[in-house]
Design a protein around this ligand. Structure first.
Ligand SMILES: NC(=O)c1ccc[n+]([C@@H]2O[C@H](COP(=O)([O-])OP(=O)(O)OC[C@H]3O[C@@H](n4cnc5c(N)ncnc54)[C@H](OP(=O)(O)O)[C@@H]3O)[C@@H](O)[C@H]2O)c1
Length: 188
């Protein structure tokens, strides 16, 4: 069993990974911002985590000392921060390197294999470029890693017709990515 820290455990993907880690029997830690604990919805989620046996550690990606303290307690670090925070993972890489005890780091990926994706259009293109930079930074530091490439989740993109950030399917207007001719494959 590997003591596992999830950074981003209150997020869309993070909460699933956190639950899976607990169910697999790994001692599971979650780095959570104190401000999140007072959020009515996410506060309840944190209570659920605690009842599952998750060790909730209060800290912040921006707070180096809290990162080091959390990382020193585990063997595996999994980041599930959002696509907007991908470059910020340089702070996790620095902390993993400094702590020196981590056996494996899984950066926030959970999408297409960014090294093998071609003809990508915005807004994915910039996010993929950020993920590639983080991959190269991990490799340059000699950190053991796993990149989880699980392609797109239809359940995430279809409800809003892939309109990033939209709360509901658009009724008046949709943004077409690229020139509109890119194909897509959906497997059920
Ligand atoms: N394959 C697909 O179809 C698909 C779909 C969605 C996402 N993804 C990928 O999955 C990954 C995760 O995305 P997501 O949508 O699950 O992200 P998300 O829901 O936005 O969750 C981001 C997590 O990061 C935490 N966080 C934010 N700022 C932080 C800080 N300063 N310190 C510590 N934690 C902080 C958030 O905590 P708070 O709760 O405190 O805000 C939250 O738990 C990304 O790489 C994304 O590209 C893939």
């Amino acid at each position: 069993m590997a003591a596992t820290l999830i950074i981003g455990g209150t997020g869309y993907i993070g909460k699933k990974i956190l639950e899976a880690s607990v169910k697999a029997g790994h001692p599971t830690f979650a780095l959570v911002r104190e401000s999140t604990a007072s959020d009515p919805v996410k506060g309840k989620l944190i209570e659920i985590f605690k009842n599952l046996g998750v060790n909730v550690l209060y800290g912040d990606l921006q707070d180096h000392e809290s990162l080091i303290k959390a990382i020193k307690q585990v063997d595996v670090v999994i980041s599930t921060v959002s696509r907007g925070q991908i470059p910020e993972q340089a702070k996790i890489i620095a902390a993993v390197k400094e702590a020196g005890n981590v056996k494996r780091f899984l950066p926030s990926e959970f999408g297409n294999d960014v090294d093998r994706s071609q003809n990508v259009v915005e807004p994915a293109k910039s996010a993929y470029a950020d993920k590639i930079k983080i991959r190269r930074a991990i490799e340059a530091e000699g950190i053991q890693y796993t990149y989880v490439s699980c392609n797109c989740f239809a359940g995430y993109f279809l409800p809003t017709l892939a309109q990033i950030g939209a709360p509901a399917p658009p009724r008046e207007k949709v943004t077409i990515f690229g020139d509109g001719n890119a194909g897509g494959i959906i497997k059920f």
